[in-house]
Each structure stands twice: as structure tokens, then as C-alpha cells.
Design a protein around this ligand. Structure first.
Ligand SMILES: *Cc1c(COP(=O)(O)O)cnc(C)c1O
Length: 413
């Protein structure tokens, strides 16, 4: 977008809101994303930007790892530059080799596929079920073969996967390892234990749209001391981002807050775009969509992002409480429109990062009906390997979810 176009766009929105101010109607401030950065995080980032001499320190990172592990009920935690990088660490910790096979859901992010593909691992896709969007147990069993060394089990939208316990038991009976993808579900519990403590290893994401955010970051956890030793070794082999990259990451925190969260974002978003344009980073770059590994991929989390993570961690329970309360509103919406609610399995407490509902296909294709709700619907899983277009064979439920699953934001004003 050229500067002129963005300024005109900005003026248009401003005029529209001025009209609303004058006539006493509510301002138009759609929830672009239910993102968790707040004023105090921004003050911290300004302080961090003034202290580049401290960016290479180790203590904030150890502290974040320890506090996250303690909060999560996991004995060991290791921080990386992304959930996808934490997944790479899990794969290496398990000693998976080129030619080994893994079964993953046929409804996931391309970066999950990539983490395995980068290690030369053969990928088999199992279908999901449409209650909790977790792996479909029967299809998983069907697709598990003699070369299967690991299963990736996910907890999508913050719901606990329906067959978590059964899948972990099945894997153990075959000597197969389980990695839990908890990117959406940080804090969700099953039988009072947080997800991520059921498989052998798990990873979490602190990307901008997740439960808490460091703009970009992730954590790998385990309760097994041997696997923990290997995670530590993998972390030790990775580098910290350069000071230039760290500065850019911190500027992205500022930009994304102005664009998505600031209470004057309807005015500031476009101005911020003009100002930070050269620094803006995407969470998944074109290279990754094409299956290539970016140069910055193998990196661990630097001190400033760990400091931000520590600040976010203080708020996580309150954030998840708000999400759970909002989920009720969308549940009532689903009831009123004759759509099913997502299933909360017995003994589980989801965190409802988003509230997924299976609607009629036309309602997903043409979302104008959602405008009067004053929210922006999630554009999640536009394809089975989000966001890369294309179809994965043999996963009919995943195709239904791509066609019909919409998701509502759960952090409302
Ligand atoms: C976001 C996400 C990831 C990857 O996490 P990053 O921190 O973005 O690398 C993995 N799995 C799922 C389901 C996700 O939504």
C-alpha cells in the first residue's frame, strides 16, 4: 500500500467515526485480533529498547523457562524463537531420523509440516474429528504403520482433543512417541493437569494470535529428564537472534499493538503502518509456504522477549478466564442459529483461544453477516495446511472443517 493510499484509507475511517461521534453512535472499532499485548507490555518494550547492552543475558530466559514450567506443571521447559522451532527441538530430542514416519493431523499449520519435513521425516496425515478438531482415533490407528515413530496430537482452538488419553495409551502400547501441539491451548487442563503433560514432549506458541504473546516465540516442555537433556543440547546448538533482529522484533511488538490493540487503533493503525513499514515481520514467510527453512529459523529466545513473556505469563490465567466467559456468548449464538457447540470433553477445561462453530458453507464464504456483530471472524485454517492452499487426501472431516468452520474471537472489549 502506498503512503497516500493508506493515508486516504485512514482519513475515511476517521471521517466515519467522527460522524458517529457527532451523532452519538458507538465508534466502529472492530476487533481485528484478540491479541494480548497491553499498555504495560508496551512500557516494558520501550524500556527494553533502551537497554541493548542487556539483550544477550541469560537470566531472564532461565527465569521465563522456570516460571512457565512451574505454572504449567512441567518439570523442564526450554524457550525458542517460535513454536515451530520448539517443535524442531522436540523432533531432534526424540532422535527421529530421516526416513522415520510421523502421523500428524490433516488440519494444521504448514509450519508444523515443515518442522518434520526439514528433518527428512515422512509425514502421514490422519483425519480430525469434528467435535474438538483433534485427531480422529480410528483414522489414526488405521494410518499408523510399522515405520511410525511419533504421533503429533494437537489441542485446537484451546479445546482439549477428544481422544487425548486414548491416543497416548495407544502410542505407548506400540512404543510410539507423542508430541502435543499446544499452540492454541496454553493453560487448558484435562483431569486437572495442563495439556502438554500427557505426551512425551509438547510445545507452545507465543506468536501474536496465541494465548499469550512475545510477538514471536515458543516453549518446549517435558517431564522426562533424558528428553530434557536433549532439548537443552538442541537449544545449546542454536544461536540467539542478532541485535538488529532483536530490535526489529521489539519494534514489531510496538507496531502490532498500535495496529491491532491500541484504543485509538482505528486512527493509528494506518499511521503506524507507514512508520514501521520497513520493520514489519510476518509470522510465516513465503519461503516457509514453499517448504523452505528461513535463515533465522534455528534460534533461541533472547532476554528481551523472555522479559515480555514473564510479563504476559502474569496475566495468562485472567486472560483465559475472560476467554471462557466470552465463549458462553458464542455458545448461545450457536444455539440460537441451530449450529452445534464445540464439545468440551469430560474432565477438561478448555481455554477457548477461539470459539469454533461449524456453519453452512455459504456463511463461511460470505461473511458479511458477521459485520453487525462488530467483530472480525478468524481466518484460521483456510486450508488443511494453513495458509497454503491445496488438499490433503484421505481426511474428509478436515475438508469439512476447512469449508464450514468459522471461529469467533474470545477476548472482547
Ligand atoms: C501457531 C501454531 C503453530 C506454530 O507456532 P509458531 O509460534 O507460530 O511457530 C503450531 N501449531 C499450531 C496449531 C499453531 O496454530
Amino acid at each position: 500500500m502506498s503512503k497516500l493510499v493508506s493515508l486516504i484509507h485512514c482519513a475515511g475511517k476517521l471521517a466515519r467515526n467522527m460522524g458517529r461521534l457527532v451523532t452519538g453512535r458507538p465508534l466502529y472499532i472492530p476487533e481485528l485480533t484478540a491479541m494480548t499485548l497491553e499498555e504495560d507490555d508496551l512500557r516494558l518494550v520501550d524500556q527494553l529498547l533502551r537497554e541493548p547492552g542487556r539483550w544477550q543475558r541469560g537470566e531472564p530466559v532461565s527465569q521465563f523457562q522456570e516460571e512457565f514450567g512451574r505454572w504449567n506443571g512441567s518439570r523442564f521447559a526450554y524457550a525458542f524463537m517460535g513454536g515451530r522451532v520448539a517443535l524442531t527441538a522436540c523432533i531432534r530430542a526424540l532422535g527421529l531420523q530421516a526416513g522415520d514416519e510421523v502421523v500428524i493431523p490433516g488440519y494444521t499449520c504448514v509450519v508444523v509440516r515443515n518442522a518434520f519435513a526439514f528433518e527428512g521425516i515422512r509425514i502421514v496425515y490422519a483425519d480430525i474429528e469434528l467435535d474438538t478438531y483433534g485427531l480422529d482415533y480410528q483414522d489414526l490407528v488405521r494410518k499408523t504403520g510399522k515405520d511410525t515413530k511419533a504421533i503429533l496430537l494437537h489441542h485446537l482452538y484451546g479445546l482439549v482433543a477428544r481422544d487425548t488419553a486414548r491416543i497416548v495409551e495407544f502410542a505407548a502400547s506400540r512404543g510410539i512417541k507423542v508430541i502435543e501441539d499446544c499452540a492454541h491451548a496454553t493453560g487448558a487442563t484435562l483431569d486437572r493437569r495442563r495439556v502438554g503433560n500427557f505426551g512425551d514432549l509438547a510445545f507452545y506458541s507465543f506468536e501474536i494470535s496465541k494465548v499469550i504473546t512475545t510477538f514471536s516465540g515458543g516453549m518446549a516442555v517435558t517431564n522426562d529428564p533424558v528428553l530434557a537433556g536433549r532439548l537443552a543440547a538442541v537449544q545449546g546448538e542454536m544461536a540467539l537472534p542478532s541485535p538488529e533482529r532483536i530490535e526489529r522484533l521489539l519494534l514489531n511488538v510496538k507496531y502490532h499493538h498500535l495496529a491491532l490493540k491500541h484504543r485509538l487503533k482505528w486512527l493509528l493503525a494506518d499511521l503506524a503502518f507507514v512508520r514501521y513499514k520497513k520493520a514489519i515481520l510476518l509470522s510465516t514467510v513465503q519461503e516457509e509456504m514453499e517448504g523452505a527453512k528461513p535463515a533465522w529459523y534455528e534460534q533461541t529466545m533472547p532476554a528481551p522477549l523472555a522479559r515480555l513473556g514473564l510479563n504476559q505469563l502474569k496475566k495468562i490465567d485472567a486472560l483465559n478466564g475472560r476467554r471462557t466467559a466470552a465463549a458462553d456468548r458464542w455458545g448461545q449464538w450457536a444455539d440460537a442459529h441451530g449450529f452445534g457447540r464445540p464439545v468440551v470433553i469430560e474432565g477438561s477445561r478448555p481455554v477457548f483461544l477461539r470459539y469454533p462453530v461449524l456453519v453452512a458453507q455459504e456463511m463461511k464464504q460470505d461473511q458479511r453477516w458477521a459485520e453487525k456483530l462488530d467483530i472480525v471472524l478468524g481466518e484460521w485454517f483456510v486450508s488443511q495446511l494453513h495458509p497454503v492452499p491445496g488438499r490433503i487426501e484421505g481426511c474428509p472431516n478436515a475438508e469439512i472443517a476447512v469449508a464450514r468452520c468459522i471461529n469467533f474471537p474470545t477476548l472482547l472489549r
